[in-house]
Write a protein that binds this ligand. Structure first.
Ligand SMILES: *Cc1c(COP(=O)(O)O)cnc(C)c1O
Length: 437
């Protein structure tokens, strides 16, 4: 049934269209992903190994092979603040590029905190609340995850303590302010507040910090407090699961636009959560023969885990406190250049995204910082939305494709966040002073 392509500029859907379930790709993968291993024994993890870190509700999701996992009403209620997120047809960008492709983008920057991260922070806070935990600890890079968790913790009456990568803590003061407004405590990492932080500062006095180091600090703090849980904003199965609301809505919105076929999907990839969220429901369509979409993960040249890393077991953090995950990794000690897309500066990639990439279900490219910002500026001038530094990598990937597209090709971009707190990076780019890694 071919409905004509509509001339609508955006499709918003209604609150009744907010998905009722998260989609778990594990149920449909052609081969099972490798299990996480205990850091000390190298044996596959059992749920009890994680109880010091996470509430049981999230541990069950982490290990689940159920295809559809119900979204609690309390979480859908909060999702109503910004979901469904809008999808736009990028008419003006198409015109600026002179492309024969039809370009769409799904905009997660419309969430109150400015990124897709709230899709997972809200259920994480909820499952901790019902398990009786009273405090969340976490790391954050550029601060989007910190802000999202701070908001979610406040919503469910939990305390929230955040270790932020030092380079971002110092370079992005407004994000720190955002976390404070939501009632959270935060500090630059590595810090003096944990054993591992003090050790790292002694070892690397001038370090700009890394997500791996900040994770070690937040994990240590959670393990030492029986009322606390650790929260991670990406990488883990349950986080990618929560993000699948994006892709489910996107498929519905393409239908309303009258697009039965999606040729290309571009999303940026740091830990893999927005990519997994928008693409896993599309992979399901691919596997069932309803779509033949090429899915492209766009990573920064400065932290190219998929395109230049190794597929092996590695720790999620610097100190080796987390379980070992089978993933594409640059190594637990990798400290990327301090590029502006702080959310993409991670040494590894989500095991589920890594597995899908290894199986050929997802492709990957890397993009240098200046190409990403050039794309972001072009997009901003055409569409009026200034994308997050991270999202610019996806836009750059889509523009590469649009420039060589066939007539009528359909391209979807996942725009994971707003760049209004990244404006200093745009200023640096426009002044010609931005370095390429
Ligand atoms: C955190 C973040 C990313 C990178 O994380 P993923 O888990 O790869 O999605 C990308 N874009 C934005 C806006 C972010 O906040």
């Amino acid at each position: 049934m071919l409905s004509p392509v509509s001339e609508q500029t955006k499709v918003v859907l209604t609150e009744a269209d907010i998905p009722t379930h998260w989609y778990n790709i594990v149920a449909d993968l052609p081969t099972p992903p490798a299990p996480p291993l205990h850091p000390a024994t190298d044996q596959p993890l059992v749920p009890d190994d994680l109880i010091a870190l996470f509430p049981m509700g999230l541990i069950e999701q982490e290990a689940s092979a159920e295809r559809w996992i119900p979204i609690p009403d309390e979480v859908r209620e909060v999702y109503k603040l910004w979901r469904p997120s809008p999808m736009y047809r990028a008419y003006r960008l198409e015109k600026a590029l002179g492309t024969p492709a039809r370009i769409y983008y799904k905009y997660e920057g419309a969430s109150p905190v400015g990124s897709h991260k709230a899709n997972s922070s809200v259920p994480q806070a909820y499952f901790n609340k019902i398990a009786g935990r009273t405090r969340l600890t976490t790391e954050t890079g550029a601060g989007q995850w910190g802000a999202a968790l701070a908001f979610a913790a406040e919503t469910f009456g939990l305390k929230c303590d955040i270790w932020q990568v030092r380079s971002s803590f110092e370079g992005k003061p407004y994000r720190h302010a955002q976390m404070e407004v939501f009632g959270a405590w935060s500090i630059g990492s590595p810090s003096e507040t944990t054993e591992i932080g003090r050790k790292l500062r002694e070892q690397f006095p001038d370090t700009s910090g890394s997500l791996g180091m900040a994770i070690s600090e937040a994990v240590e703090a959670a393990v030492k407090d029986p009322n606390a849980s650790y929260s991670l904003g990406s990488v883990l199965n349950h986080v990618l699961l929560h993000q699948t609301v994006i892709g489910q809505e996107a498929l519905k919105q393409l239908e309303v636009f009258g697009e039965p076929k999606l040729d290309y999907l571009f999303a940026c990839a740091g830990g893999g959560s927005n990519l997994g969220g928008i693409s896993f429901p599309v992979i399901r369509e691919n596997l069932e023969g309803r779509q033949n979409t090429t899915i492209v993960a766009c990573e920064p040249k400065a932290a190219p885990s998929l395109t230049e890393g190794e597929f092996r077991y590695d720790f999620g953090d610097t100190a080796g406190m987390t379980p070992k995950l089978k993933m594409y990794t640059l190594g637990q000690n990798f400290v990327p250049d301090p590029v502006h897309a702080g959310g993409l500066r991670y040494h590894g990639m989500a095991p589920l995204v890594s597995h899908a990439y290894h199986e050929g279900l997802v492709k990957a490219i890397s993009v240098r910082q200046r190409e990403a910002f050039e794309a972001g500026v072009l997009f901003s001038r055409a569409e009026g939305i200034i994308p997050a530094s991270e999202s610019n990598h996806a836009i750059a990937g889509a523009i590469r494709q649009a420039k060589q597209a066939a007539e009528g090709e359909v391209i979807l971009i996942g725009v994971s966040g707003s760049g209004l707190l990244d404006l200093p990076a745009y200023t640096e780019f426009l002044s010609g002073e931005m370095a390429d890694s």
